[in-house]
Design a protein around this ligand. Structure first.
Ligand SMILES: Nc1ncnc2c1ncn2[C@@H]1O[C@H](COP(=O)(O)OP(=O)(O)O)[C@@H](O)[C@H]1O
Ligand SMILES: [Mg+2]
Length: 293
């Protein structure tokens, strides 16, 4: 690639199929899950990915750090072809992954050892490990728990430790596959706040898969998938104003957007692109001739 690389992730006509093989290695069944994905994700962006169960979100996410490699097409991470075996460590270092279940991601019996785990395997010098672990734990606001056992922590805290383990690797991009799905509302808020902080303060590119519309509404860009394809790609306000199209692919909109949609159907003059409670309140007050202070 020539010149400055501004796209952290780029996919070109990416296709992927899961194959079932028989004992001789012959393909007896194949299921095409990604059907030509073309995406570019610039450095520093906060992108949410939405889509009904089974549409291929997790499969796509696994292509972003080379866990899976396309059956056709290409994926580039910082300009590196993820199919290039010699560069797989660079790809993995550039793009970290966080999954749904925090219990499956924590390996050590002490929080700080868990965060240090991957660094130790890479042979990073002990002093540098100490610095990175402390910084990562501070970033996710878990430093004071550094000597605790992960088992004593709440789901949200465990997920923040998993995130700390990833940021200790100092990646440019983090892909989070439904990291809030198993958490209670408090844990979800904590993890959301952490993700936003990583993006705003550290400039880390975020690819955030979620089925919570209120969470997706907080991203800069929303990608909607359906049956292995990207069907919408725009800023949240534009995406969520397409209420009927979203419902047609089994998705909802944020509650305030739904409320405004229903009010519009009743003939009330309120915009279609409201995605925050604040915005909703301002418009409702306006209908009553009042301004928000
Ligand atoms: N390891 C696998 N082997 C075979 N099929 C799979 C595998 N993982 C996922 N699939 C299938 O691929 C499709 C997409 O799955 P996935 O990427 O997990 O979707 P999502 O994350 O959007 O729910 C589904 O039909 C699923 O059953
Ligand atoms: Mg999934």
């Amino acid at each position: 690639m020539i010149g400055d690389i501004v796209n952290i992730i780029e996919t070109k006509d990416l296709e992927f199929e899961y194959q079932t093989l028989d004992d001789d290695g012959k393909v007896i069944e194949s299921n095409k899950v990604l059907k030509g994905i073309n995406l570019t994700i610039p450095k520093g962006q906060f992108v949410a990915v939405l889509g009904h169960n089974g549409c291929g979100k997790s499969t796509l996410a696994k292509h972003f750090n080379g866990i899976l490699v396309g059956s056709k097409g290409k994926v580039f991470v910082n300009g590196i072809d993820t199919a290039d075996d010699d560069k797989i460590y660079d790809v993995r270092q550039n793009v970290g992954m966080v999954f749904q279940n925090p219990d499956n991601q924590l390996v050590a019996t002490i929080v700080e050892e868990d965060v240090a785990f991957a660094l130790e395997n890479l042979g990073v010098p002990p002093k540098e490990i100490r610095r990175r672990v402390d910084e990562a734990l501070n970033t996710v606001d878990m430093y004071k728990y550094r000597e605790h056992s992960p088992h004593q922590l709440s789901g949200g805290q465990k997920q923040r430790i998993a995130i700390a383990g990833v940021i200790a690797m100092e990646p440019d991009c983090i892909v989070l596959d439904e990291p809030t799905a198993m958490l209670d509302p408090k844990g979800r808020k904590e993890v959301m706040a952490t993700i936003k902080k990583l993006n705003r303060e550290k400039g880390i590119t975020i690819v955030f898969i979620t089925h919570y519309m209120e969470e997706a509404a907080q991203a800069e860009r929303v990608i909607v998938m359906d049956k292995g394809r990207v069907i919408m790609d725009d800023e949240p306000k534009k995406i969520f104003s397409r209420v009927e199209e979203l419902k047609a692919v089994g998705l909802d909109v944020p509650q305030v957007t739904e409320l405004c949609y229903e009010l519009r159907k009743e003939g009330i003059d309120i915009p279609q692109d409201i995605i925050t409670e604040q915005d909703c309140m301002e418009h409702i007050l306006k209908l009553f001739g009042k301004d928000v202070l």
